[in-house]
Design a protein. Structure first.
Length: 246
């Protein structure tokens, strides 16, 4: 991908393939970015992805804490519903969700790309399993010191669960940064579409696949994922090595 992004159009068609460009064509990136409102696409991707991650953390942390540390009526049935939501693919439910959001009048905005993903069944399940490993004695000791439930979550559960939180945030970032199907269904105008939709615009120009331009756009799309993965992986390793559950 990187090699093709730096080649000329003629080099992309050469056989055998050219692995090292004769002269790197950095102008390919400029042409890719000038093919549409890519700054708008990038801003939308960042807004949607970070909003989804923030809302998921706000919802799933107390939900996972309740499932892991509380006893209440209907707990098993509610957790079974979470697992059921985890198993059903989004393509099955997108029609009723689309109709509901259309009734709300928010189609072709950023909101339908965010609201359906405010909660993550996978995140609740994974975090609940991690919370269950934290000894109940630690929580009871905090309660004896008059710590509120919010303080217990903020000062005990979250710090001791950073590996799980970092993993969930990473998966969520990659999933929503790369999402193509949902924005394709929920948006019509370029002003609210993410970067993945912008890259799709590069696919065909006058019936000819300009692979050097397409690959330049894909490099721009992938670089943030690699950076976030590098940062998140370091935090996961650090959390496992230096914290842990005692």
């Amino acid at each position: 991908m990187v090699s093709t992004s730096l080649q000329t159009f003629q080099e992309t068609l050469a056989f055998p393939p050219t692995w090292i460009p004769a002269a790197p064509q950095w102008i390919n990136f400029a042409e890719a970015m000038s093919a549409g409102p890519f700054l708008t696409y990038a801003r939308n991707s960042v807004t949607v992805t970070l909003s989804v991650i923030a809302l998921q953390l706000i919802v799933m942390i107390p939900a996972a804490y309740a499932f892991a540390k509380y006893k209440f009526a209907g707990k098993k049935a509610l957790f079974a519903m979470v697992l059921l939501a985890f198993m059903i693919p989004g393509q099955v439910t997108f029609i009723p969700v689309y109709l509901m959001l259309a009734d709300w009048g928010i189609i072709d905005t950023l909101l339908p790309q965010i609201i359906p993903f405010m909660s993550s069944a996978f995140g609740i399940f994974l975090l609940r399993q991690y919370f269950m490993q934290i000894p109940q004695e630690i929580i009871e000791s905090a309660r004896l010191d008059n710590a509120s439930e919010f303080a217990i979550i903020r000062k005990i559960m979250i710090p001791m669960s950073m590996p799980a939180l970092a993993t969930i945030a990473l998966f969520s970032f990659v999933s929503h940064w790369n999402d193509y199907f949902w924005p394709l269904v929920m948006t019509d105008s370029a002003g609210v579409r993410p970067l993945t939709m912008g890259i799709a615009v590069l696919r065909e120009t006058e019936g000819i696949s300009n692979w050097h331009i397409i690959m330049a756009g894909n490099v721009v799309l992938v670089v943030p994922i690699l950076l976030v993965y590098a940062i998140a992986s370091k935090h996961i390793v650090k959390a496992f090595v230096y914290s842990g559950i005692k």
